[in-house]
Design a protein around this ligand. Structure first.
Ligand code: PLP
Length: 402
């Protein structure tokens, strides 16, 4: 693959075939959609090459032919500290960083370690399916604070939040939020955190989309708001979405509270999840040290992709509406009018329409919880031409069936 210096323009138009590379997005299509020929616009990774700095660092590491157990070197911690400080204005202590093999594994461990059977766990639906499924998977009580859909975007139902937080042991906050694309404002974060403090509810915050925020919005880590909040907060993050390296299974937590940190350390050690991925560590260091210019270009491309798709649904009356996301490369499509028009009786019929008539593989909204009924989630992390083809195909199938 052609090399670029960090300053040279990245070619986000290039189609890089991914079939038969063992990737979920392409190679699990038959299993997931019943056919292998749908345009895959689902699982949240991108069809763009990882930055050159990451490719180079990995190639160099691969060239050394021994891939034994890894340590987390100093640079792992210092580059995370530097990234969070420069990119997000958040100064974290080195000791607060806990290496992890992934955010979802960590959430599962934390729910088990910090709550008992039957305890309430508060989540804001529709939400990333593993977060939605976590409480019930572990025999906890699912407390759903359904977000309110408005023409301007999703808002928090405060009276419901206030009632439910009082019954909760843990609150899993998705910030920025997948799939509704909200970047929570300071006042919203403060209000949620204050209510959690009042009820001794521990906040587990998943910030994996924090780097993928569009101006003028700005990500704010809830733990950075005050020492009191930070003491009751576990922040989870990774370079996986930002630099398209999710298959390298490397993430981290930031935990100021020594007791909470010890709890996670113990859970990680007791499950054998504490040893690092030699390639994931290499990639994280390279990406955080040298990947910022690439990321700035990526954000520009993702913003264009987002605006193209939002514009398309505004200009073409397909019975699908979408609110412009403030973050993430994921678009949350409201297909309820389309369902009425095409007499699609339920979510299964909607999903079938997308696969069989439009030839598109999206995530059904219902998998994000009941408020996702009638929605589909579309991944725009791909060359613009792929989106053009996919939307034309969708448009054609709707006109045909109308
Ligand atoms: C909100 C959110 N959290 C976590 C993940 C996955 O994290 P990991 O691969 O580190 O388990 C995703 C992936 O789509 C996500 O959207």
């Amino acid at each position: 693959m052609a090399k670029t210096t960090p300053q040279s323009p990245v070619d986000f138009a290039q189609i890089i075939p991914r079939e038969h590379t063992g990737c979920v997005k392409y190679d699990a299509r038959r299993e997931r959609f019943g056919r292998a020929d749908v345009h895959p616009l689902w699982v949240a990774d991108m069809d763009f090459a990882a930055p050159d700095c990451v490719q180079r660092a990995l190639a160099e590491r691969v060239a050394h032919p021994i891939y034994g157990y890894a340590i987390f070197p100093d640079a792992f911690f210092t580059t995370i500290q530097r990234w969070l400080s420069i990119r997000h204005g958040w100064v974290v202590a080195r000791a607060a960083i806990v290496p992890l093999p992934g955010i979802v594994p960590a959430l599962n461990l934390l729910v088990q370690a910090l709550s008992q059977m039957g305890d309430g766990i508060l989540v804001q639906t529709p939400v990333y399916p593993p977060i939605h499924q976590l409480p019930l998977n572990h025999g906890r009580m699912l407390l759903e604070n359904a977000l309110i859909s408005t023409p301007q975007g999703y808002e928090i139902d405060w009276s419901d939040f206030t009632t439910k937080v009082a019954q909760a042991r843990l609150f899993i906050l998705c910030s920025p939020h997948n799939p509704v694309g909200r970047v929570w404002r300071r006042d919203e974060l403060e209000r949620m955190a204050t209510l959690c403090l009042a009820h001794q509810v521990i906040i587990l915050v998943d910030e994996v989309h924090a780097d993928l925020v569009y101006a003028p919005h700005q990500h704010l880590s809830v733990a950075s708001l005050s020492n009191e909040i930070s003491a009751q907060c576990i922040t989870l993050n990774a370079p996986s979405k930002t630099f398209n390296i999710a298959g390298l299974n490397t993430a981290y937590a930031i935990i100021d509270n020594p007791n909470l940190r010890a709890t996670l350390h113990t859970a990680v050690q007791h499950t054998g999840l504490g040893s690092g991925n030699v390639f994931g560590i290499t990639a994280l260091i390279a990406a955080y040290q040298q990947g910022a210019p690439w990321l700035n270009q990526l954000l520009h491309q993702l913003q264009q992709n987002r605006d193209f798709v939002v514009g398309y649904f505004t200009e073409n009356d397909l019975g699908i509406t979408v609110v412009r996301p403030e973050a993430t490369f994921l678009l949350w499509l409201d297909c309820r009018q389309l369902m009425q028009r095409l007499h699609l009786s339920d979510d299964a019929a909607l999903a079938r329409f997308f696969i069989e008539r439009a030839g598109l593989g999206l995530n059904p909204g219902i998998s994000f919880g009941a408020p996702g009924s009638g929605f589909m989630r579309l991944n725009t992390g791909c060359p613009p031409s792929v989106l053009h083809t996919a939307l034309a195909s969708l448009n054609h199938s709707i006109s045909e069936d109308n």
